[in-house]
Write a protein that binds this ligand. Structure first.
Ligand SMILES: C[S@@+](CC[C@H](N)C(=O)[O-])C[C@H]1O[C@@H](n2cnc3c(N)ncnc32)[C@H](O)[C@@H]1O
Length: 253
């Protein structure tokens, strides 16, 4: 019995095959609808809160964490500004990647820093030294000034917006933090999935369909042609809490 000949593809061919497969997957509307349905149903069980990094909770899907890893690897940011820190797992994740890839600092902005958070992060030794926490409202001009004083003139910055998810708040954040993002770098707007999640009974929120990060992104993109959605990245994810939220800055003004 003859064995079938193994086809060897180059790395470049492999990537082309995967890109085409991901684009085809994104056109599979039934699959996309089923994936969204899984997210909505799993949200009833707080699935999005089950992720951890080095023991610290991250309120994000592993799939989206891998997307962030991909962005950080490709764009090598000097600074990562995480707006909305919560339990600190996200800040630690970003700090780990900067440590490995040789970046600068993670700036975490949150209106409430739990009393034990700094101590828990400090237990991670070198990683915690890269993290600077600012306890303040993300949209207060003094907060943005403090971030600017750390970042200086650097444009190699990744911004992840993940705080209060109403339209007005996210739009204000987009306008305030977009200037930190230089060409080729990313502005990630979290939880655009809210547009697709029916009003929640188990966890009432001031945001919902029609008033959320996705509606803010739509308005922001109309006024900021410098940014566009990275559909190619999104096509690969299938399960994502941030559809249409991976914004990349072009070279044009
Ligand atoms: C979804 S959680 C952040 C999750 C975190 N990025 C992670 O991946 O684990 C939202 C956070 O936004 C914070 N927040 C709410 N309103 C804010 C505001 N006006 N300015 C800054 N942070 C705010 C909350 O205190 C909360 O910790």
């Amino acid at each position: 019995m003859s064995t079938p000949e193994k086809t060897i593809v180059s790395r470049a061919q492999f990537q082309t095959i995967q890109r085409e497969a991901a684009a085809a997957m994104a056109r599979d509307t039934e699959l996309i609808r089923d994936a969204r349905d899984v997210l909505v149903r799993a949200d009833q069980h707080r699935w999005l809160h089950q992720t951890t990094w080095m023991g610290e909770p991250i309120l994000n899907l592993p799939q989206d964490m891998f997307a962030l890893q991909d962005i950080i690897w490709r764009t090598r940011p000097e600074f990562i500004i995480e707006v909305g820190v919560a339990w600190g797992g996200g800040a630690l994740f970003h700090s780990t990647l900067l440590e490995v890839l040789g970046g600068g600092k993670v700036i975490g902005v949150d209106i409430f820093i739990p009393p034990d958070l700094r101590g828990r992060l400090a237990a991670h030794a070198r990683l915690s030294q890269r993290i600077e926490l600012i306890e303040a409202s993300s949209i207060a001009p003094e907060t943005v000034d403090r971030v600017r004083s750390i970042v200086g003139d650097s444009q190699r910055t990744l911004v992840v917006l993940d705080s209060h998810h109403t339209h007005d708040h996210v739009l204000s954040e987009l306008r305030a933090y977009a200037p930190f993002v230089g060409s080729g770098c990313y502005l990630v707007v979290s939880d655009t999935i809210v547009e697709h999640i029916p009003a929640q009974k188990h966890r009432p929120r001031p945001w919902g369909p029609g008033n959320n990060p996705a509606t803010a992104v739509a308005e922001f993109l109309r006024e900021s042609p410098r940014f566009s959605v990275d559909r190619e990245l999104e096509d690969r994810l299938l399960l994502s809490c941030h559809p249409g939220g991976y914004l990349v800055a072009s070279n044009d003004p």
